[in-house]
Design a protein around this ligand. Structure first.
Ligand SMILES: Cc1cc2nc3c(=O)[nH]c(=O)nc-3n(C[C@H](O)[C@H](O)[C@H](O)COP(=O)(O)OP(=O)(O)OC[C@H]3O[C@@H](n4cnc5c(N)ncnc54)[C@H](O)[C@@H]3O)c2cc1C
Length: 439
């Protein structure tokens, strides 16, 4: 079948087909350009056409056609992934799932929604019941639920709930397979692990069921310190303070605060900054902790009806976004430091070539410093060397300059992911090229 006939077949099933080359090119990209290495490798890939699904029936129609004609299928939520996850390496159809956007059920502690629902929509609705997302990426306002569970991993709330792939954070998923004929699977509990952070390689997620977190009266603080050491030590103390309820702790070493132009009145020159989101009920305990560590509270704002705006949009990879808006030559790493002493040693080793940005999250039950340090890019070789030197220093790096699951991971692929891949996508049509084991 040629692309004209394929488009016609999809249109005959009332699907919205996009063939305009500029629009298809746009839908073939994500935020891979944060990486100069991926820019070089992935800049030219395009889908042949894009389709917008509005229902699971639409997804089944597209899946059937792809299986019958052997067409590669790349899934897309909002396209905010950082590693070229939705770039179609073998062309074919791009399936935009943002139209699958119905909230299906919301009750205290639990939400069921279609995969294209924006995380901010779910957040807003859950908050009316006194609940909220257990974790929200800094792209919460744009990212879809299906895109986050398939491409993302952490966010505000991860200091309590860890990674999206930690047991319990996803209750169940509904998935369309690319078998002949396509099937609908429901995965529950541990079975969902196979799909989390799988880059849409082993099924089309159509529904997600998530446990929620209780909503607190959150307040955002900006706290200034004379240097990285006291800022980092304060952040550790807060992370381990069981009596202070929190959902976000980030540290930005000098000169990163200079990239936050909107916050300049609250950011004294030359020091390190900690951004926190803590319960307003715990304000006195937070004030005591700041005093004990020699910090200065430069701003304290109770959140008014959070809609994913606020300090979170200066944390996680929004730090990289804002810094690159000022200096597009900057790039970043994703590092699990293990302890603060290693952070300080690395700061000394690299100086301003690698600017420390820490995010605290819960790893295997304990608060741990991870981070997305900014890197002054010189060359691919120097970047590889910086990664190697981090590893030699004992840090674990999830390389954001690799587009395969293995290349970006921190260990071997989950065998359950590959088992599901073999079962649900026997013709290797889903996002082909992203699993090295199948190349
Ligand atoms: C500025 C910035 C900040 C970021 N901050 C964070 C952060 O705080 N935490 C974090 O974890 N990530 C972060 N990211 C990465 C990204 O935002 C998250 O991964 C996001 O949740 C992806 O959602 P999306 O809807 O944009 O997915 P997309 O980018 O569209 O897709 C991501 C992956 O999921 C697959 N996919 C999409 N929908 C489905 C589906 N229904 N079924 C199966 N597979 C599917 C795609 O094929 C792709 O491989 C950030 C990115 C940027 C650019």
């Amino acid at each position: 079948m040629d692309w004209q006939s394929i488009a016609q077949t999809l249109q005959d099933s009332s699907l919205q087909v996009i063939r305009d080359p500029q629009q298809v090119a746009k839908l073939s990209q994500d935020y891979f350009h944060f990486s100069p290495v991926l820019q070089e490798q992935l800049g030219d890939y395009r889908g042949d056409l894009a389709v917008r699904a509005r229902s699971e029936t639409d997804v089944l129609t597209v899946a059937q056609l792809c299986v019958r004609e052997g067409i590669p299928l790349t899934l897309r939520g909002a396209g905010t992934g950082n590693y070229g996850q939705c770039i179609p390496l073998r062309g074919g159809i791009i399936l935009d799932l943002s139209g699958l956007n119905r909230m299906l059920r919301l009750e205290p502690g639990l939400a069921l929604a279609e995969a294209g629902v924006k995380m901010a929509t779910l957040e807003r609705q859950a908050q009316t019941l006194g609940w909220e997302l257990r974790m929200a990426p800094s792209t919460c306002r744009t990212a879809t639920l299906g895109g986050f569970i398939s491409g993302g991993s952490v966010g505000a709330g991860s200091i309590n709930y860890g990674f999206i792939s930690d047991a319990g954070n996803v209750r169940s998923l509904r998935l369309v397979t690319l078998e002949d004929p396509p099937q609908i699977l429901t995965l529950r509990g541990e079975e969902t692990q196979a799909v989390l952070h799988a880059y849409g390689t082993n099924g089309v997620v159509t529904q997600v069921e998530l446990p929620l977190a209780p909503l607190f009266p959150w307040a955002e603080s900006i706290i200034a310190f004379p240097g990285l050491k006291p800022a980092a030590e304060f952040s550790r103390a807060l992370s381990f303070s069981s009596g202070i309820v929190k959902k976000q702790i980030a540290v930005h070493a000098d000169p990163i605060p200079r990239y936050f132009s909107a916050l300049q009145p609250y950011l004294p020159q030359g020091g390190s900054i900690v951004f926190t989101i803590t319960s307003d009920w715990d304000r006195p305990a937070l004030a005591d902790l700041i005093k004990r560590h020699g910090g200065t509270l430069t701003d304290y704002q109770p959140q008014s009806g959070a809609d994913c705006r606020g300090l979170t949009e200066f944390c996680w990879n929004h730090t990289t976004l804002l810094a690159r808006a000022v200096d597009p030559t900057l790039t970043y790493l994703q590092v699990f430091y293990g302890d603060l002493e290693r952070v300080l040693r690395l700061q000394e080793q690299f100086g301003e070539e690698v600017m420390i940005h820490l995010e605290w999250l819960r790893v295997a039950g304990n608060p741990a410093p991870a981070g997305l340090p900014l890197v002054r890019y010189q060359s691919a070789e120097r970047l590889a060397e910086i990664i190697r030197l981090h590893q030699e220093a004992g840090a674990v790096v999830a390389n954001p300059h690799a587009y395969t699951l293995e290349g970006g991971g921190t260990g071997p692929l989950n065998p359950a992911l590959l088992d599901l891949k073999r079962r649900a996508d026997p013709f290797n049509l889903l996002n082909p090229g992203k699993i090295e084991a199948l190349l």
